[in-house]
Design a protein around this ligand. Structure first.
Ligand code: HEC
Length: 182
């Protein structure tokens, strides 16, 4: 008997033992991990370290297309933005011109085209307490902060404006205020 025949005999014998068992119970599993995987529940108790693993994003992660804004909507956040937050955009005519257009759409109705608080809604007394920019000690940082969160009666405008548009408006508000102070 050569080796090939021996191996064939052995295989046939092995398979007949394996396959002729009780048909209703499982036969031998070769590499059981391939049949019965070891899952872990992403939302359950068996995630990494027993914590649900995919409920919270990793700390410090930022959603695509979002830029974090580190100044909280508090008085301290306002003060910090007033002092430290500076425009990342170049102060040029193009940004100012775009800011003027956006200001006309989103701000002038209350604040007036000159920023003196004399917008249509203020004139018709639909909206009260709109300040003249020259009467407020605002900076580019605080103006951006107010566009982000609003302030008292004024609502947030962050959902209508991209980051660049907000800063362009800030440049324009700065210009209006300087003109009013002349
Ligand atoms: C619906 C009316 C309304 C609109 C629209 C509006 N504002 Fe105001 N804004 C107000 C009112 C009212 C206040 C006064 C809030 C307060 O009590 O300090 C104010 C205050 C401000 C202040 C001064 C806040 C401070 O720090 O003292 C700035 C700057 C300002 N607005 C900028 C803007 C800009 C920029 C826009 C457009 C993106 C805008 N506002 C749109 C009503 C409005």
């Amino acid at each position: 008997m050569n080796n090939f025949t021996k191996i064939t005999f052995a295989l046939v014998a092995f398979l007949s033992i394996v396959s002729c068992g009780d048909k209703r119970s499982r036969s031998v599993q070769y590499m059981p991990d391939m049949y019965v995987s070891v899952p872990y529940e992403p939302n359950g108790e068996t995630g990494i370290n027993g914590e649900p693993s995919n409920l919270k994003p990793v700390e410090g992660s930022v959603a695509r297309g979002q830029v974090p804004y580190d100044y909280p909507n508090t008085n301290d956040g306002y003060d910090a933005a007033l002092k430290n937050l500076k425009s990342p955009l170049e102060k040029n005519d193009e940004n100012l011109a775009k800011g003027k257009v956006m200001y006309g759409i989103y701000c002038a109705t209350c604040h007036g085209t000159k920023g003196d608080g004399n917008g249509v809604l203020a004139q018709r007394e639909k909206f009260n307490g709109v300040p003249n920019y020259k009467d407020r000690a605002i900076t580019e940082g605080s103006t951006y902060h107010v566009i982000m969160y609003g302030r008292n009666l004024m609502g947030s405008h962050s959902s209508q404006l991209t980051i660049a548009e907000r800063w362009q408006i800030v440049h324009y508000v700065d210009k209006l205020r300087n003109d009013l102070l002349k």
